[in-house]
Design a protein around this ligand. Structure first.
Ligand SMILES: Nc1nc2c(c(=O)[nH]1)N[C@H]1C(S)=C(S)[C@@H](COP(=O)(O)OP(=O)(O)OC[C@H]3O[C@@H](n4cnc5c(N)ncnc54)[C@H](O)[C@@H]3O)O[C@H]1N2
Ligand code: MOO
Length: 410
């Protein structure tokens, strides 16, 4: 690892240059929520498919309506009854109307719908006591989409709203990008399973859950997760198992310069895996590259806050690129600091925080009184985003405007 700090964008560009969209698969719409569209989707149907009523009422010929009022109602003969789902198209002659329900096709001879509140609701003859303009309450065929119009673009992550639009447009399935398969390996001889009692020197393995959760939140699949001690042979075997089942292998811990850092030991000298000191805090030591079979491999620094930030800044954009999503970087917005904090200086600081709103705009409050220390795992529960502070800033003061990223909806 060169001692020179690598700019964050340079490291991320390396990662993105090695990340390529995965192949397409077809899934039924019931399974499409959260998947990313592989191709543009256009409408197979006109939307709406026919002129239909926007109100429960009466379909009339506008020329028959006159200027009705409670004192001088217009009376029409009701010659048809049209519930939603009917396929009828009854002929309407002069002085005739059809009772019609919302969503039912408007007869070809009618051009206007009168809501039933303006009538006596008659079923043989209807007395209309108020007028409506020509075309009122008729939802026109194809006014929303014509056949061939765009419904959703390639690269769209399918929301429930998008899935419903695809269904309405005549689709039963969607062509989506295959989900990346991700294997998680946490390294560290100090690690025990969550819930186990800990002896001196031991800690619960929280990174496995953190990475697996972040992978799932990104829309990828966790195919394996294991813990290995700081032992190069054990790690080599775990990486081999991971590579056999995964497109991406995410390792945590062991990338620094310590005497027992197994990731460093295993990959040093590899032609396809690079170690870098990235100009960020937390998250400085990073490993990235490809394994012999082609899987991407990330070696994230073991401190839990470093894992979260490194994942968000490097792994998430890579997974989204594999997923074919069009936007892979999170929007950076502004917020006002409710409290001050110190920065490390010299590296871009990522400070976990609680992003809120004080009524006059977005705010950020540090998740820990101790700032952006990479070991402050307890503070992660209260963070819903982070501030990004320029290396030139020595201290942030209450009231300062800073750049922030929100990772969760408030
Ligand atoms: N002499 C130097 N020491 C360190 C440097 C340096 O430049 N020179 N860099 C520091 C920085 S910055 C970081 S970040 C860490 C990264 O170290 P490693 O990636 O080798 O991580 P570990 O030493 O394995 O662990 C660091 C820390 O995180 C805890 N940890 C690890 N895995 C887990 C897990 N699965 N769940 C919860 N906690 C975990 C571990 O116990 C350590 O406390 O290196 C600095 N040192
Ligand atoms: O860069 Mo390390 O990730 O600060 O603690």
């Amino acid at each position: 690892m060169s001692s020179e700090l690598v700019p964050i964008e340079v490291h991320r560009d390396r990662v993105l240059a090695a990340s390529h969209r995965l192949p397409t698969e077809t899934v039924p719409l019931v399974d499409a929520l959260g998947r990313v569209l592989a191709d543009d989707v256009t409408s197979r149907f006109e939307l709406p498919p026919w002129d239909n009523s926007g109100m429960d009422g009466y379909a009339v010929r506008f020329t028959d309506l006159g200027s009705p009022s409670p004192e001088h109602p217009t009376v029409l003969d009701v010659v048809a009854d049209l519930p939603a789902g009917t396929g009828l198209d009854p002929a309407l002659g002069s002085g005739q109307a059809a009772r019609i329900m919302t969503g039912a096709p408007v007869p070809s001879d009618a051009d206007t719908v009168i809501p039933l509140e303006l009538t006596d609701q008659g079923t043989v003859r209807v007395s209309i006591e108020g007028g409506r303009p020509l075309g009122a309450h008729v939802r026109r065929r194809a006014e929303d989409r014509a056949v061939g119009d765009l419904i959703a673009r390639a690269g769209t992550r399918l929301s429930s709203r998008a899935v419903s639009a695809l269904a309405s447009a005549g689709h039963a399935s969607a062509d989506v990008v295959r989900r990346p398969r991700v294997a998680v390996i946490a390294t560290g001889s100090e690690l025990v399973a969550p819930g186990e009692s800990i002896g001196r020197g031991q800690i619960p393995d929280s990174n496995s859950l953190l990475v697996a959760g972040l992978v799932t939140e990104t829309g990828a699949l966790v195919v394996s997760a294991e813990r290995v001690a700081d032992d190069v042979d054990a790690l080599a075997a775990a990486v081999e198992r991971a590579e056999a089942v995964a497109d991406v292998v995410v390792l945590t811990g062991g990338v620094s310069v310590g005497a027992y850092d197994p990731v460093k030991a295993l990959f040093t000298g590899s032609a396809t895996i690079q170690f870098a000191k990235v100009s960020m805090q937390p998250g400085k030591p990073q490993a990235f590259g490809t394994l012999p079979g082609g899987a991407l491999v990330f070696g994230l620094p073991g401190n839990p806050v470093s894992v979260w930030i490194s994942f968000d800044v490097f792994v998430r954009p890579a997974l989204l690129t594999l997923l074919g999503q069009s936007d892979v970087l999170r929007p950076v917005v502004s917020a006002v600091a409710t409290e001050g904090w110190r920065t490390p200086g010299g590296r871009t600081q990522y400070l976990p925080g609680r992003i809120g709103d004080d009524g006059s705009g977005r705010t950020i409050t540090p998740a820990s009184k101790r700032g952006s220390g990479s070991h402050l795992v307890g503070s992660l529960a209260g963070a819903n985003g982070y501030a990004i502070v320029d290396p030139s800033v020595a201290e942030v003061h209450a009231g300062d405007t800073v750049s922030v990223v929100e990772v969760e909806q408030r």
